[in-house]
Design a protein. Structure first.
Length: 355
């Protein structure tokens, strides 16, 4: 079978932990790399319309890049598994069983993406596998009761799978011993052009969403779904990002671009990203009800990434499949509460092509 999996040493953390990187590959078609630090998606090589293989994920050439002070202070979580809860939580607190849990603030006054030391900063146990038609890696982490002040011990598995057709999947499975909240995602940044010195303004984007979630000045949903019709958030047909992101709109001003959750109409082929210059196209499907779309608004060139390039605003786009942000404090949204005896499961699939 042409599909392959290999592993190698990627580096050692400042704390002395060994980090391993895994390469899932079909020659001349796709190459995916993931590492056990943060269960992080580090590389994605796919061909353009002329067959040229290039890496299209923002990231770093070495493990040391992830520990740059400037990167750590940018809070951009490149390729990381985010948990326990993606996004911000209003007032850094939530209530379960009449008890209020106060969460630590790690970005200014906000609790963001799991807190001071979220799942993106953990060393995960890695188990590579091979089947008749796929290869992959399952990462496991046990999040102890009280970590970042979240209740319950949570066992979580994140599995990256590449099948023989070139379809790539990220799946999540989790269980808890105490009532808690959970809303994980992957925070990959993608630029299909493969040249990170160019931004994604000319990429065309489609998302099958009639509604999005407006935000307040603290980048938190206000608790209502709003129609995309007549707004810069209407990507129900494939449209260039640059034709929307510079329009005069208060929601764009709040986020310095797009950093909003879109309410999906369907699971299959619910989002498409296309770069006309390279011809590369991503088609995404997910079991999650929403996608947080972020256009790299706060990348400011303060740290150096792959190929010695400083990533600036609009260097890439993030498509974070997840439940709605701050759902624990907004009863209008589907719950993110996980109970003992329940199994949390989520799946996002990626199909890459060139035309």
């Amino acid at each position: 079978m042409s599909i392959q999996i290999t592993s190698s040493h990627f580096g050692t953390t400042p704390q002395g932990d060994e980090v391993e990187i895994f390469k899932l590959r079909i020659p001349n078609q796709i190459e995916v790399c993931v590492m056990n630090y943060g269960a992080t998606w580090t590389h994605l090589f796919i061909p353009d319309k002329n067959g040229k293989m290039e890496d299209v994920l923002l990231g770093f050439d070495t493990l040391e890049g992830y520990f740059q002070k400037e990167y750590q202070e940018n809070y951009c979580y490149i390729g990381s598994t985010i948990g326990r809860v993606a996004g911000r939580i209003a007032n850094n607190s939530f209530s379960l069983n009449d008890k209020t849990y106060q969460l630590p603030a790690n970005q200014g006054n906000a609790h963001l993406h799991g807190g001071m030391e979220g799942w993106d900063k953990k060393i995960w146990k890695a188990e590579p596998f091979e089947t008749d038609n796929s290869v992959g890696v399952t990462f496991f982490y046990q999040s102890p009761d009280g970590e970042e002040n979240y209740p319950g011990t949570v066992d979580v598995w994140v599995t990256y799978t590449l099948d023989e057709t070139g379809r790539f999947e990220i799946s999540y499975r989790a269980m808890t011993d105490k009532k808690t909240i959970l809303n994980p995602t992957n925070h990959f940044y993608i630029n299909l052009g493969g040249d990170f010195s160019k931004n994604i303004e000319n990429h065309a984007f489609f998302i099958d969403a009639d509604n999005y979630l407006p935000m307040n000045e603290k980048s938190l949903p206000i608790g209502m779904k709003s129609p995309v019709a007549g707004t810069p958030f209407d990507f129900r047909h494939l449209k260039k990002i640059k034709d929307h992101i510079h329009l005069e709109n208060h929601q764009l001003e709040i986020a310095n671009g797009i950093d909003h959750c879109f309410v999906l109409n369907q699971e299959e082929d619910c989002a498409v990203l296309y770069d006309p210059e390279s011809g590369r196209k991503l088609t995404l499907s997910t079991t999650e009800p929403g996608i947080q779309v972020y256009t790299g608004n706060y990348l400011d060139g303060s740290f150096v990434g792959k190929n010695g390039i400083a990533f600036g605003k609009l260097s890439a786009i993030c498509l974070e499949t997840q439940h709605f942000p701050d759902a624990i404090n907004l009863p209008e949204f589907d719950t993110v509460v996980l109970l003992p005896g329940e199994i949390f499961e989520s799946r996002t699939q990626f199909v890459f092509s060139a035309e």
